[in-house]
Write a protein that binds this ligand. Sequence first.
Ligand SMILES: [Cu+2]
Length: 150
Amino acid sequence: MCGASLWVQAAGTHTHPDTPIGAPGYSDKVTRTITIDMQDNMRFVPATLVVKQGETIRLLVRNKGAMTHELVMGNSQDLLAHAKAMQQAPQMQHRDPNSLSLAPGRQGELLWHFTRAMTVDFACLQPGHFESGMRGKIEVAKGHSDAHAH
Ligand SMILES: [Cu+2]
């Protein structure tokens, strides 16, 4: 676990976790799968995704390189602070629902419910990777929000 957690306590009777960038998704709510490759040239391919507010996306993340990479979603300030913290603690593991760390050749998936119209940033926080440009963004276009009354 790391200190820069996104999780905020839900107010009132609301029990599912919500964060400034959305919420963990449920597999039966997935609307689309998007594949993202991670490469040793410090790039995500594609580096820009466009989704609609309310969509639950299965991000299929594939590490095509020979080194460990990870994908951490957040806002840009959090990711920057977090990248700096990683310089101090390079072995820090990320196991939150908004992040995935993959050994070379592995793949995994993140299910995420994009509840807010905004730009969600993502980055690889392995030491030096963020600084080398290993980042991307998810543009969440305003759409019909789902049944939840927030
Ligand atoms: Cu990386």
